[in-house]
Design a protein around this ligand. Structure first.
Ligand code: 6PG
Length: 509
């Protein structure tokens, strides 16, 4: 065997939970890995787990104690995967690799949740030293181990080298049905099916798409939590009863990974007290920032994404626990019998339909946001391909994504999912129950901000005429901001001399 053939295929930096599992996934798929982490114990743990899971063969993971050693163990041109925290650490590792002698034809892949604008900058910054490529990973630790969804972007040439590796480790779906092909045991591989790893576009595009994935994830989680709240407080169900309702929903249109894990979380009992663990978890939501980035980007791009933004606000409100305890003492809520028994009877079914419609709207917002960003940055995103990637492996995976794939296959230029005949007919069919659910929750004083933000979004999209005519009048009154008229050519501006008694309407161009 030549010296180079004995070398490793991939260098890996960062062996936290995600990193270690990606390494083992790569190893299962036949790649030999040289691994490095500043914490040597993590390298040892990865090697030990590899030995345990791969008792028959020779070691598939080799430990390295420096960046120089890492590069020396790799076949040229080198391929190095980073699984390190987003932010400064990515640049520190890149500088260390430059110091260790990385070459211009070598590829470094950032798999973290980096801010997409940082990725654009990095591709330019390291251009002369090596090829900076990015590939966001979704699916948490189990996804990383047995098949994540991958959103690669950057140099198209780099993708030709990364593609076979990425498509081997990614989650797979049955091409016909769009259903995930499950893989759950070490050593197991799925050689067939469509891989949830496709080239997204130029630098930054993949991280943008992953950011929107997370924005939708926030929305999806929040609407499930709002339904839970109504079932618990409004209908007095215990955790097991809510889990039963969710399990039933998970078998139908609302089938999703997030619904499935909600059932598991709800059924889990605290070993110490025997009560439902959820009742002991403090109701203050954390966030690392990707949902916030999506909401900020939607405002910057000018794309309405109220369900996603509301999901971020809901986490913020939850974090003011002490303030909520105080305000709850001072403010009044509707009486416990705000709804009649008859009104409550149909609420479970109405909530189901509300969740389904709210979810369609959250996805409609996320996809429109990606579309507008794609036009702004000339990324030429392929939305059917993005929906396909999200069918398995990632956190928002859901059977619903197959219908979105079909919608974009029917019309790749679709401006908004609400224009698709399938989704618009679904919304027409279920909207009455959606309204009932929002109205009833509101009458009981149970906050359903994300579900109702979706409903307002839907209603706004249904209105040919919105009250922005009055708003334009107000703006012109106090700031001479001008307005257009429906009875005059588009683009022609008018201003009223509001401070004069005559209030003459003046054309301005
Ligand atoms: C994924 C997840 C992953 C992570 C989120 C959590 O796709 O695998 O989205 O990226 O769990 O960053 O984000 P928060 O801490 O903000 O909820």
């Amino acid at each position: 065997m030549s010296e180079d053939a004995a070398k490793c295929d991939i260098g890996f930096v960062g062996l936290g939970v995600m990193g270690k599992n990606l390494v083992l996934n790569l190893a299962d798929n036949g790649y030999k890995i040289a691994a490095f982490d500043l914490d040597f114990e993590k390298v040892d743990a990865a090697i030990a787990q590899d030995v345990q899971e791969n008792s028959q063969g020779s070691p598939r993971v080799i430990g390295c104690s420096s960046y120089t050693e890492l590069l020396s163990k790799l076949k040229a041109p080198h391929l190095i995967v980073l699984s390190v925290p987003a932010g400064e650490v990515v640049d520190q590792v890149c500088h260390n690799l430059i110091g260790a002698g990385i070459q211009p034809d070598d590829i470094v892949i950032d798999t973290g949740n980096s801010l997409w604008t940082d990725t654009v900058e990095r591709e330019k910054r390291y251009n002369e030293n090596f090829i900076f490529f990015s590939s966001a990973v979704s699916g948490g630790e189990v996804g990383a181990r047995f098949g994540p969804a991958l959103m690669p972007s950057g140099s198209a040439y780099a993708w030709t080298r990364v593609k076979p590796i990425w498509q081997s480790i990614a989650a797979k779906v049955d091409a016909e049905t769009g259903k995930p092909l499950e893989r759950s045991k070490p050593g197991e591989i799925i050689p067939h099916g469509e891989a949830c790893a496709e080239y997204i576009g130029p630098a930054g595009a993949g991280h943008y798409v992953k950011m929107v994935h997370n924005g939708i994830e926030y929305a999806d989680m929040q609407i499930i939590c709002e339904a839970y709240h109504v079932l618990r407080e409004g209908l007095g169900m215990d955790c097991d009863q809510v889990a039963d309702v969710f399990a039933k929903w998970n078998a139908g249109d609302l089938n999703s990974y997030l619904m499935e894990i909600s059932v598991e979380v709800l059924r889990h009992k605290d070993p110490e007290s025997g009560s439902a663990l959820v009742d002991l978890i403090l109701d203050k939501a954390g966030q690392k920032g990707t949902g916030l980035w999506t909401a900020v980007s939607s405002l910057e791009v000018g794309c309405p994404a109220p369900t996603i933004s509301q999901a971020v606000y809901a986490r913020s409100i939850s974090s003011f626990k002490n303030l909520r305890i105080e305000t709850a003492k001072h403010l009044t809520r509707p009486p416990a019998d705000a709804l009649s028994a008859e009104q409550k009877e149909s609420l479970v079914e109405e909530l189901h339909d509300a969740l389904y419609c709210a979810k369609i709207c959250a996805y409609a917002q996320g996809f429109q946001l990606m579309k507008l960003a794609s036009v702004e940055h000339n990324w030429k995103l392929n939305f059917a391909s993005i929906a396909k990637i999200w069918r398995a492996g990632c956190i928002i995976r859901a059977s619903f994504l197959q219908s979105i794939t079909k919608a974009f296959e029917r019309d790749s230029e679709l401006e908004n999912l609400l224009l698709d005949s399938y989704f618009s007919s679904q919304l027409s069919k279920y909207q009455s129950n959606w309204r009932q659910a929002v109205a009833k929750a509101t009458l009981m004083g149970i906050p359903v901000g994300a579900i109702s933000a979706s409903l307002s979004y839907y209603d706004s999209m249904c209105c040919e005429i919105l009250p922005a005519n009055l708003l334009q009048g107000q703006r012109d009154f106090f700031g001479a901001h001008t307005f257009e008229r429906v009875d005059k050519p588009a683009g022609k501006k008018f201003h009223v001399e509001w401070s004069t008694t005559e209030r003459v309407i003046k054309p301005l161009n």
